[in-house]
Design a binder for this molecule. Structure first.
Ligand SMILES: [Zn+2]
Length: 305
């Protein structure tokens, strides 16, 4: 039995327990405990309730008494981030403010490819430092679990550098970083061969190392006109599933087709969905795929969607 601690009193405590995992949650379903306490054993919460009652019933607990009014709720989870990268997107931002679109910026040498170039130039240590710094900034806003994608290496060696950097960053921050391999972010400009050849190379050469080094259990793909088609991704996801990976999709950001792939492959999630129509919404609603809206992406890109 570990050491027992009692933290409180909290003016409000929202345990968020017993809520449906799917569908809308109404305010009425939220349980708010007042004058509450949290009882912790080791690293586990073993009970929540009235602070006075817990204090009375667990007299041996180490007391962490709080002053002032506090509200406590579970840490936020950010299930889609790209906080591991080199360089910055400042010039993209300037182009965007000058009225250029996402595709125009990409064609002008900005966007994903510019970040790929900068990320390849960065050392693994630099990436670790930057990722940890951004994770700590998220933590200050209450985000305690952060998914982090690769996808700016776009070669076996460079994707490994990113995923190893994410793992190292994870061990240097208090929050939990969950890594995802996004080698299928876009076809790298310097790859000599077709999109199919590239995905085949990643599947055969990178996937086994990801398994061996336990670098990630998640394979992501960007399904879009500027990235990969549903047809190109199908064998890639088949291989990933055969090897026991979970899959997830950057879907319906500018055009639809990604969410159908997500449903067909029973993906963990379909993320973005700015371009989804009623058809895609119904398809996702009938499936177990978690629909993840990323409105911040549209705001950042200045889209009208
Ligand atoms: Zn993304």
């Amino acid at each position: 039995m570990g050491e027992i601690k009692l933290i409180g009193p909290l003016k409000q405590l929202l345990p968020m327990t017993g809520l449906d995992l799917k569908g809308a949650i109404s305010d009425g379903q939220l349980v708010v405990l007042e004058d509450a306490g949290i009882l912790i054993e080791g690293e586990k919460i073993i009970s929540v309730g009235k602070f006075g009652d817990l204090k009375e019933n667990f007299k041996n607990a180490e007391l962490h008494e709080l002053k002032g009014d506090h509200t406590c709720l579970p840490g936020f989870i950010d299930s889609h981030t790209h906080i591991c990268f080199g360089g910055s997107r400042a010039s993209d931002y300037a182009m965007r403010n000058a009225g250029k679109t996402y595709l125009e910026i990409a064609k002008a040498g900005g966007g994903i490819w510019d970040t790929v170039t900068q990320t390849r130039k960065a050392s693994k240590e630099e990436l670790v430092k930057k990722t940890a710094k951004l994770a700590n900034r998220h933590l200050k806003n209450g985000t305690t679990t952060i998914e982090v994608k690769s996808g700016y290496g776009l070669s076996v060696v460079e994707e490994l550098k990113m995923l190893r950097a994410i793992r190292e960053a994870n061990s240097s921050v208090p929050s939990d970083l969950v890594s995802t391999c996004l080698a299928a972010h876009t076809l790298p400009k310097d790859f000599e061969g077709s999109a199919e050849d590239y995905l085949e190379e990643i599947g055969t050469k990178l996937f086994p190392i990801l398994k061996k080094e336990k670098l990630t259990n998640r394979i992501d793909a960007f399904i879009e006109e500027s990235a990969f088609s549903a047809k190109q991704i199908a064998p890639y996801f088949e291989k990933a599933k055969e090897m026991g990976f979970d899959v997830t999709v950057h879907a319906d950001q500018f055009s639809t087709s990604g969410s159908k792939v997500a449903v067909d492959f029973n993906a963990v999630s379909a993320d973005h969905l700015e371009a989804s129509t009623q058809k895609e919404i119904e398809l996702l609603a009938k499936s177990n795929v978690i629909a993840t809206a990323l409105p911040g992406a549209s705001l950042g890109l200045g889209c009208n969607l």
